[in-house]
Design a protein around this ligand. Structure first.
Ligand code: FAD
Ligand code: DLZ
Length: 511
């Protein structure tokens, strides 16, 4: 008996939101469609763990929907009838089922929004029911302003969602921000309290990806796959985080160490970004921990964590929709260099970069400060074209979806937006890495040296960055001081820095 459905509802790989109102009623005239398509797997070279995580999460989500009684049609990557194009597959099913309506949820990426608008000009997408700010709301907040500070936005969000505020809408604890308590290094001999989630076997998905010959980067152990790919696992991860990591999250959120790959970070970004879990669920759970046990969960831990999700995550999405598509081609400094080839192997003598890159290849993960102050910092100091930097970040990280990747990379990290996201570039010499990590201890380079053979390349490139970008940065009130220091340095030292920087750039492949 041929099947007939009146309505086809598409679910994208990052729309695995079981709490969506679409699923509130069982309707035999509706078929839900998920599809693994090559165009999504190949618009950038993804980390193998990212593709496995997405396919695995999609397949399990489809099974949950079916177990609830919904009709689900799932197209796998190697299915012979798969045309590897959302619209072609949908049109074919529409004809086959004699359906008269296609529906889809608002995609998170501009690229896909444009594609669906072109293909289905008469269809209005439904809300994905995940974010806490609408695109229109954020656009209105931004209207007529060159910048709109994250801090201003975050405070509005605290009040709007009544998070950590009292009855007069003032911040609990008397302050909106506890950042100054949150910049500690990992103490020597620190025993980490966090543990790994036990891995699952993902060999079947992995074999399918190999068979489809999808080009990927990075490593995987398909029998011990530890990323959360179901809502149940995401809820477990949240509980584990609250129990083991939250008590120290804030204190050590900027710290880096060779001894642990995620320290006290939550690893919830993938589950959040594919919508297995809702941001308010996470925020409310963390708030509850504080209310129940304020001694164990001090306010700097709680506020520091909530700021990331209620503040940064929503803010980045707002910037994305307010500034795309122009944002994707911004290159404030006119940078042109390529990324060194060791960004794909980690084979460099610079210990911080070696560790952050090898860890990214191993786990498809690095935490915020590794991304910002190690790899991102180095790329900016070297003058790498932001397109190359974006592609690397969009490919390598498990949680990388353009709306949150490009705003963090091109905006916050590379300052290619000239100051929309941040008020000054996040660059530093070796001093920052030394202060916040144990990377410099085992390094072939000397973090205190600027010119010698063993001088840390960050030190020279740091000055080179400021000097070559002087016309663009000198008038920035947060930076002007740097040029005073440079001018006082004296010609001989300045010349040495220029020569050393030129040497480093010429020999970057062998660093
Ligand atoms: P935690 O440290 O435990 O933080 C909790 C949650 O807060 C995260 O899961 C995430 O949802 C949110 N969050 C924290 N910082 C940010 C931020 N700056 N922007 C948006 N949300 C934030 N995050 C992504 O989700 N996808 C990306 O592609 C991505 N690319 C980045 C690129 C660069 C250059 C930088 C500097 C940061 C990037 N981030 C990105 C932000 C951040 O690094 C990751 O969200 C975080 O490392 C994920 O790990 P976690 O879940 O353990 O985070
Ligand atoms: C990232 C990704 C990958 C690798 N593969 C698929 C896929 O085969 N099918 C799918 O529906 N989604 C996939 N995704 C996630 C999409 O790229 C994501 O939905 C868009 O980036 C919109 O945010």
């Amino acid at each position: 008996m041929p099947q007939h459905f009146k309505i086809i509802r598409l679910i994208l790989g990052d729309q695995l939101n079981i709490q969506h109102t679409w699923f509130n009623t069982l309707d035999p005239s509706v078929a839900y469609v998920l599809m693994e398509v090559k165009c999504e797997s190949e618009y950038v070279t993804h980390h193998i763990q990212k593709v496995v995580a997405i396919f695995s999460a999609m397949r399990q989500f489809a099974a949950v929907l079916a177990s609830h009684g919904h009709h689900v049609h799932y197209i796998k990557i190697n299915d012979p009838q798969n045309q590897h194009d959302f619209c072609k597959n949908l049109e074919e099913l529409k004809a086959q089922w004699q359906a008269h309506e296609i529906a889809y949820q608002q995609p998170d990426e501009y690229r896909l929004e444009a594609y669906f608008k072109r293909a289905f000009p008469d269809i209005t997408p439904v809300d994905a029911q995940h974010f806490l700010t609408s695109k229109e709301e954020f656009k209105a907040l931004f209207e007529g302003k060159k910048t709109y500070l994250m801090e201003t936005f975050y405070r509005k969000m605290r009040v709007k969602h009544q998070v950590l505020v009292d009855s007069a809408n003032q911040p609990i604890g008397g302050k909106w921000n506890f950042d100054q308590d949150n910049r500690k290094k990992v103490p020597k001999h620190h025993q980490f309290l966090t543990t790994e989630l036990k891995g699952e076997d993902c060999s079947e998905v992995y074999e399918d990806i190999l068979k489809a010959k999808i080009e990927t980067i990075g490593n995987i152990n398909p029998r011990q796959f530890h990323w959360t790919t179901t809502r149940t696992e995401a809820m477990e991860l949240l509980e584990e985080f609250v129990d083991k990591a939250l008590p120290l999250f804030g204190t050590l959120q900027d710290a880096m160490t060779e001894n642990h790959w995620y320290l006290y970070h939550s690893r919830l970004s993938f589950a959040l970004n594919v919508k297995l879990i809702h941001p308010l669920e996470v925020i409310r759970r963390v708030e509850q921990a504080y209310v129940e046990d304020p001694e164990r969960y001090s306010l700097n831990q709680i506020e520091g964590f909530i700021r990331q999700i209620l503040g940064w995550r929503e803010y980045m999405r707002g910037i994305y929709w307010a500034k795309m598509p122009e944002f994707a081609s911004l290159n404030y400094f006119g940078n042109k260099a390529a990324l060194p080839s060791w960004f794909w192997t980690g084979n460099t003598k610079m210990n911080c970069l070696r560790h952050a890159i090898k860890q990214s290849l191993e786990h498809a993960y690095a935490h915020h400060i590794q991304r910002l102050m190690v790899t991102g910092n180095f790329a900016l100091l070297l003058g790498v074209h932001p397109d190359h930097v974006d592609r690397w970040y969009l490919g390598i990280y498990i949680d990388a979806f353009e709306w949150v990747e490009i705003t963090n990379t091109r905006g916050m990290s590379q300052f290619a937006d000239g100051g929309i996201v941040g008020s000054k570039p996040y660059v530093s010499s070796a001093a920052y890495v030394q202060k916040m990590s144990n990377y410099c201890e085992g390094c072939s380079y000397n973090y205190q040296d600027k010119f010698g053979e063993k001088a840390c390349p960050f030190n020279t490139l740091y000055w080179d960055f400021y000097v070559r970008n002087r016309p663009l940065l000198e008038r920035n009130p947060r930076i002007g001081m740097m040029y005073k220091v440079w001018d006082k340095m004296g010609e001989a030292q300045q010349q040495k820095i220029r020569e050393k920087a030129a040497f480093i750039k010429q020999h970057v492949e062998t660093l």
